[in-house]
Design a protein around this ligand. Sequence first.
Ligand code: ACM
Length: 520
Amino acid sequence: MTPSWLYLLPFVLLANPTQAQLPLIPIPAKMERMEGSFPLSQSTFIQFPSQVEGIGDLVSGLKTWISAFPKPGAGQKHNMLAFRQTPNIKNPEGYRLLVSPQEIRIEFVEPVGAFYALMTLRQLADSLGNVPCVSIEDEPRFTYRGMHLDVARHFFPVDFIKKYIDQLAAHKMNYFHWHLTDDQGWRIEIKKYPKLQEISAFRKETLIGHYSEQPHRFDGQRYGGYYTQEEIREVVRYAQERFVTIVPEIEMPGHAQAVLAAYPELSCHGNPVEVATTWGVFEDVLCPKEETFEFLENVLLEVMDLFPGPYIHIGGDECPKVQWKESPFCQELIAREGLTNEEGLQSYFIRRIDQFLTDHSRKLIGWDEILQGGLSPNATVMSWRGTEGGIAAARAGHDAIMAPTSHCYFDYYQSRRPSEPVAIGGFTPLEKVYSFEPVPAELSPEEARHILGAQGNVWTEYIATPEQVEYMAFPRAFALAEVLWSPAEGPELREFSGPAKSPFAEIESPLRPAFVRHRV
Ligand code: ACM
């Protein structure tokens, strides 16, 4: 429980504005508040190095934003916002933001730093454009600051995906993991395989209520959809403009029942199956035959053409081995390749895809089950069943991204209120997320360098609308954003307090965080 006296704190701080907590999430690495403020207005002069690629676009966004602020009153002097590129900022994502009553100066080394300075500025400014005087020197703690969204169990429109990306960028998160395929639906247009759109993208109905409720009931409504390649390109461009890299996920060899509904010849048995209408883990999985690899490679060629980022996520989680055990083909392959068992076959599967992606200058990410039977040479592990997978990967010299269910699953309940909408289960309240330490204490400093960061996951079995995604993802994602950006040990004890109680709470801004943190 937050002590009730804490709620009075902002009013105490209000008496001394230089000590008031600024409404910033994530909190900058170094920040000093000073007297006074700078009035941003539509006539603020903007000076920028136009030769630096990308800065012009940031300035046009800035001009649109400040055009909403009032003109300066008569007698008020013109003021300036200046961008300066400087080699003495070491972190490419780092920036300095210096606000005095006459001038705002943004120092950066790469455009992404200037972008983050602007995100900070947007959180600082009030609705009239007044920016408190501050000196901020900022850089992220981790290079991978991610959020995931499952669009397979439920499908969300492009406009919402953009809104989600806006929120990530506003809180300085830089990876969007787009979970595009699963048993219940295939959501990305692949021109070479039209049945993925015609068949895999739609299920005949959907389970009603929680999976544990028996008997299962269904809504009888056909459900589905997919993003066209044109829409995907538009989202990729939109994310790039906000310095967010998209990690597309194409699930294999498990969680692929929707594929088998269209192309049953890619299973070991070849029998007809349907796009799944319930949740869980299904035994119908891809068979590691040449035909399957040819299919997957052709799919990945189109995926790589659409997504320019370094990473391709290939799933790899929750692949039951029942059909591989029963398949003479798989057993022969295990013998021929000298593999120990079906886990070795999973490793063989992932290694082949890893080689293909590496040959195309991309990096494979997989859920921690890709450790089964031996990790493929270039793989990055996304650790979800606790942090053990990430620890094992880092110890083996591989990169890892932490996304343990304990702290990073935002499809879990966030409170014990009886009014909570039905969720998958679990309990991950905001404070738990905020308490997350992505680097396990048992790693040496050398091993710890392989922990690139962490990611919040939003699985959507029980999340059918954009509004509910927002309810589940935020503010927990903002707490994670701060875990990943801000220094591990701040100079003061910090509390991420829940609904805004600060003097800034009344102020509306399109990118204002819904929550503020208090110094205690
Ligand atoms: C997962 O939650 N199956 C990665």
